[in-house]
Design a protein around this ligand. Structure first.
Ligand code: F6P
Length: 534
C-alpha cells in the first residue's frame, strides 16, 4: 500500500506546473471521461489535476474498500474501539433482514419506523394535541448528530414542509433556548428530546429548562415531551410515556442517525410519505455504492478526489459550496460527518498515522460566499479545493431567472478558478483604462488570478427529499471510503471526550468551589470571570 502512496506522490511531483486546462487540451474527451453519472447525479471531477495515471493509482488505493464495505453492510463490528456494528444503512433499507450477533435487527427497526409514522401523523392531523389544542410548534432539543441532520434537512426541504413549525435548540448557551421559547405557546408545543446517550449535558440542561417553562402553564408537561434515544431506560426518569419514546440501537452513530428516530422532527415537518422518499434516496445510494465498480462508484470517486487533494497535494482544507440557499446547513452537517469521523491521529491498530487524516471542511452557500471568502479562494496563497453542488432545476418556476443566474454563477466560479487571468490579460485590461509604465504593471499585478485551482461539481436534477437522501448517503459513504483507505476508525469520536470531562471540573472553579489540578491560565481566567460576575 505504501508503495502506491509513494507512486502517487512521485506522480504529483512529476506533474510540476501542469495546468488543468492543458489536460483538457490533451484529452478532448476529458469533460466526459472525468465526469461520472449515476442514479441521476453527475459528479464532474474533470477540473482537477487528476489525470489517467493519477486516477489509476488512486483506484488501486481503493482495493480494500469492497471487503470492508461488505463487512459494514452485513453487521460486522467494524467500529472496533467501541465494539459496535455500523448499520445506519439498515434504517433506510427497511425490507429484508440484517443479522447482528445472530439476530435479525430489522423487525424492530420496522416496528419503530411504523411507530414514528403513527406519531408523526397524529401530530400532523391533530389527533395528538397539546393541552391547549393542536400542536403548532415542535422543538427538537439535541446537539451534534442529534441536531445537525434534522436541522439541515428541515431547512433543505422547506417546500415540502406542511406540518407544524419546527425549531432546533442545541447550544447550552441559554440564549438559544430563550430566543426559541420567546413567542411560543407551551400549551401547543411539542418538545422532542433527541440524544443517543441521554446524558449529553447541553441537551439535558436545555430539556430541563423546556420542562420548567412548560410546567408553568401546562398541567402535565411531560405529556408534551417525546424522547429519541438508544438509552431508552434513561428516558423513563423524565416521565415521558413510552408511547412517545423512540429507541435505536448503538450501531447507529450519532452523526449517521438522521434516518431513524433522530429524524422524527423532519418526519413531522414533511410527513411520513416524503420522509420515506428521503430514505429511498439514501437506499438507492447504498445500492449504487455496493454494486457499482470502483471506477464508476460515486462515493469512491468523491473519496479519491478528496485524498488526492489533501493527502497527495497537501491542501489543508476543503470548501463545500452548495449553490442552493436551502442547503445552508449542509456544510455544518458535513463538518461533523467528516471531521468527527476522520479527524483522527492513530490508525485502527493504535499506531500513529503516517499520512494526514481528514481535512478541515467548511463552506457556505453560493452566491453569498462569493461576496465574502472567494477572494482568498481565487487569489490567496493557499489552494482550497472547492466542491460545488448545484441543482439543474429550482423550486420556484416563477423565479426561473433567479435560478439561471445561480447556475451561471456556480459554473463561472469553477471556470474562473481553473482558468484564472494571466499578467498579460491583466495588463491589457489596465492598458485599456489608460494606465502606463510602472503604475500599469503595479495595478495589473493585483488583477492577476493564478488559476489552476481545482474544483468538482455535483449536479443534481433538483433538491427533493429523494435527492437529499442520495446526497447525504453519498457523503456518508465517501467518509467511510476515506476512512478505510487511511486505516482510520471513522465511527468513534474519542476526541470530544477530554473537553467534556474538563468542563465538569471547570464549572466548580467558576463557582469558587475547590477544584484542584487546573493550569495557571485557566485558574487566572476563572478568577477574572468570578470577579466580573460578582
Ligand atoms: O460531540 C460528540 C457527540 O457524541 C456526537 O458524536 C453526538 O452526535 C453528539 O455528541 C450528541 O450526542 P447525544 O446524541 O448522545 O446527545
Amino acid at each position: 500500500m505504501s508503495d502506491i502512496w509513494n507512486r502517487l506522490k512521485d506522480h504529483r511531483k512529476s506533474q510540476g506546473a501542469q495546468r488543468i486546462e492543458a489536460l483538457f487540451e490533451a484529452d478532448p474527451s476529458r469533460a466526459s471521461t472525468f465526469s461520472t453519472s449515476a442514479e441521476g447525479l453527475v459528479f464532474d471531477w474533470s477540473k482537477t489535476l487528476i489525470d489517467a495515471r493519477a486516477r489509476d493509482l488512486l483506484l488501486e488505493l481503493a482495493t480494500p474498500v469492497p471487503a470492508r464495505r461488505e463487512a459494514m453492510f452485513s453487521g460486522e463490528r467494524i467500529n472496533e474501539t467501541e465494539d459496535r456494528a455500523v448499520l445506519h444503512t439498515a434504517l433506510r433499507n427497511l425490507g429484508g433482514s440484517v443479522m447482528v450477533d445472530g439476530q435479525d435487527v430489522m423487525p424492530e427497526v420496522r416496528r419503530t419506523h411504523e411507530r414514528m409514522r403513527g406519531f408523526a401523523n397524529a401530530v400532523r392531523d391533530g389527533s395528538f394535541a397539546g393541552q391547549g389544542g393542536r400542536i403548532t410548534d415542535v422543538i427538537n432539543i439535541g446537539i451534534g448528530g442529534s441536531d445537525l441532520g434534522p436541522a439541515m434537512a428541515v431547512r433543505a426541504l422547506a417546500p415540502w414542509h406542511d406540518g407544524p413549525r419546527v425549531h432546533f435548540v442545541s447550544n447550552v448557551d441559554g440564549a438559544d433556548i430563550a430566543d426559541t421559547l420567546k413567542g411560543l405557546d407551551p400549551a401547543t408545543t411539542l418538545v422532542i428530546v433527541a440524544s443517543k446517550t441521554f446524558t449529553t449535558i447541553e441537551t439535558m440542561t436545555n430539556a430541563r429548562t423546556a420542562l420548567d417553562w412548560m410546567s408553568k402553564s401546562v398541567a402535565q408537561p411531560a405529556a408534551q415531551f417525546a424522547a429519541l434515544s438508544s438509552a431508552v431506560a434513561r428516558t423513563a426518569e423524565w416521565g415521558i410515556d413510552e408511547s412517545r419514546v423512540f429507541g435505536f440501537e448503538d450501531w447507529v452513530g450519532g452523526r449517521y442517525s438522521v434516518w431513524g428516530p433522530i429524524g422524527l422532527s423532519l418526519m413531522i415537518a414533511i410527513g411520513p410519505k416524503q420522509f420515506d422518499r428521503f430514505l429511498a434516496g439514501g437506499a438507492a445510494m447504498d445500492q449504487h455504492f455496493r454494486q457499482a465498480p470502483l471506477a464508476e462508484n460515486l462515493p469512491v470517486l468523491l473519496a479519491l478526489v478528496g485524498i488526492w487533494h489533501h493527502q497527495i497535494c497537501g491542501y489543508g482544507t476543503r470548501a463545500v459550496l452548495p449553490y442552493d440557499n436551502r442547503l445552508a446547513r449542509l456544510p455544518a452537517y458535513l463538518q461533523q460527518l467528516e471531521m468527527e469521523s476522520n479527524g483522527k491521529r492513530v490508525s485502527m491498530d493504535g499506531s500513529d498515522l503516517t499520512l494526514p487524516s481528514g481535512p478541515v471542511v467548511w463552506g457556505e452557500p453560493g452566491t453569498n460566499g462569493q461576496h465574502a471568502f472567494y477572494q482568498l479562494i481565487h487569489q490567496g496563497t493557499a489552494v482550497v479545493p472547492c466542491e460545488f453542488i448545484i441543482a439543474a432545476q429550482g423550486h420556484e418556476p416563477e423565479l426561473a431567472h433567479h435560478h439561471l443566474l445561480l447556475i451561471a454563477n456556480c459554473l463561472a466560479q469553477s471556470e474562473a478558478l481553473m482558468r484564472g487571468r494571466s499578467l498579460d490579460e491583466a495588463l491589457e485590461i489596465m492598458r485599456a483604462k489608460g494606465l502606463t509604465g510602472a503604475e500599469l504593471e503595479r495595478q495589473a499585478r493585483h488583477r492577476v488570478f493564478p488559476g489552476n485551482r481545482p474544483s468538482t461539481t455535483l449536479l443534481i436534477p433538483e433538491l427533493s427529499p429523494y435527492t437529499l437522501g442520495q446526497i447525504v448517503a453519498l457523503y456518508e459513504h465517501r467518509v467511510f471510503v476515506e476512512g478505510v483507505i487511511l486505516g482510520i476508525n471513522s465511527f468513534d469520536q474519542w476526541g470530544v471526550e477530554l473537553g467534556k470531562e474538563l468542563a465538569l471540573k471547570v464549572a466548580p472553579l467558576l463557582e469558587g468551589k475547590p477544584s484542584p489540578g487546573h493550569d495557571p491560565s485557566t485558574e487566572h481566567l476563572a478568577a477574572l470571570i468570578r470577579a466580573a460576575r460578582g
